[in-house]
Structures are given as structure tokens and as C-alpha cells.
Write a protein that binds this ligand. Sequence first.
Ligand SMILES: C[S@@+](CC[C@H](N)C(=O)[O-])C[C@H]1O[C@@H](n2cnc3c(N)ncnc32)[C@H](O)[C@@H]1O
Length: 221
Amino acid sequence: MPPLPPILRHPSVNPDQPSTAQLRWDSRYQQGCTPGHDKVSAWLLAHEHLLTGGRALDVACGKGRHSLWLLRLGYEVDAVDISAAGLQVLAQQAQERGFAERLRLTQADLRTWRPAAKSYDLVLMTRYLNRSLWPALIAALKPEGLLVYRSFHTDLHRLRPDFQLDHMLQPGELLLAFSGLEMLAYEERRLSADSSDSEDCTASIIVRRPPSFNPENHREV
Ligand SMILES: C[S@@+](CC[C@H](N)C(=O)[O-])C[C@H]1O[C@@H](n2cnc3c(N)ncnc32)[C@H](O)[C@@H]1O
């Protein structure tokens, strides 16, 4: 069996002074917690035909359910998260499935880490919201590259009043934020009065970077 993929540490992470986010997520993953599901969401699977391979970036990958999916689809995957515990789970699972050689793991704080420009055929981010990162994710796409983003919107606040509203998307926000790109798919589920399913509080989008797109001219919302 090939060795476990190493976890590179970006300077945004100080091992002597772990951030609150790192401590919180390490503790959750060490307790075996799986935010949401281990499975890839049905919406993403329904759009698998759009994912044609190459180099992918999984941002805030957690334990890597989507990285493993992309590896299964044949991508070379860069997976980034602040939690070393989550990345360790992913490293182990990738090794067991024979994917280790196509996976690169980085522990980084996404409040300051930024990806290299024009480097990825696919950038994927799910269930993590950091609006200041969006321009860098767009810039990280190669021409014709795809950005896949799925996260909770503010309807979740009715189910989870403890969650901070500014950690959730506004309904319709993704359409505005990525309006300069070519939209391939969009879904916004809304929570009905009789639903308690957090999946009904998600917005999802897939956009393609047009060949002539200039991120400098992209409007930020
Ligand atoms: C809800 S989980 C989502 C994990 C994965 N994307 C998924 O959908 O299964 C949020 C992830 O964001 C990561 N995270 C939170 N704050 C972060 C930060 N400042 N830098 C990097 N990762 C962070 C956590 O470690 C956690 O793995």
C-alpha cells in the first residue's frame, strides 16, 4: 500500500496557537462527528456528468467526503481545511481506496490562505461560508473551469437559532455573487412550514469561467 499522503501545513496555521475554529473542528472530528452526512449530496451527484476531470480543489474539505468522490471520478485533488483531525481521516480513507497518490492535503486557515490563480479545472466548496474568499476561488479557476458551491441559507435559522445569521447565505445571494460567470445549474430549496429538514435550507450553484473572463472586472457583492 502506498504511504499515507502527508499533510502540509500552511503558515496561516500556528501549531503552538491553534485557532478556535481548529480546536472546535478537531474536537468534533476526534469524537467521530460527521457534519451532515458521509455521503455526497443527491444534488451534486445529479450533476456529476458536468465534472470531466483534471485538477480539483476541495475548500474546507472536512473529512473529505467530496474529495473522495472527486478522486473516484479521476481528479487530482488538493484538499484544504483547518482541522488536522479531519485531514487525517481523509488521508486514511484515500490510502485505503488506493487514491493517495492523487491527493494533496493542506492544513490552512481560509481566512488568510488563498489558492494560486488559474490552477483548477474544478473548485468545490460545501457547507462553509467565507464571502471574502469568493473572488480568489473564481480567480483560481482555469478558463472553462467549474465552481461548485453549496451551503445553507438563512431559512436554517428557523431550525437552528443558535447558528449565526452571517454564517448563512441570503436567499438569491449566490446568483448575484457569481453573476459574471456562466451558470450551469442552480437550486435553492426553501423551508416550508411543516419541514424540519436542513436540506430544505440549502442553495447550490455550478458556474463555469468563460475563456475571456477577467476576475479584475468581476463585481463583488
Ligand atoms: C460543516 S464542515 C463542512 C465539511 C465539508 N465541506 C463537507 O461538506 O462535508 C465545515 C468545515 O470548515 C472547516 N473550517 C472552519 N473554519 C475554517 C477556517 N478558518 N479555515 C479552514 N477551514 C475551516 C472546518 O474544519 C470544517 O471541516
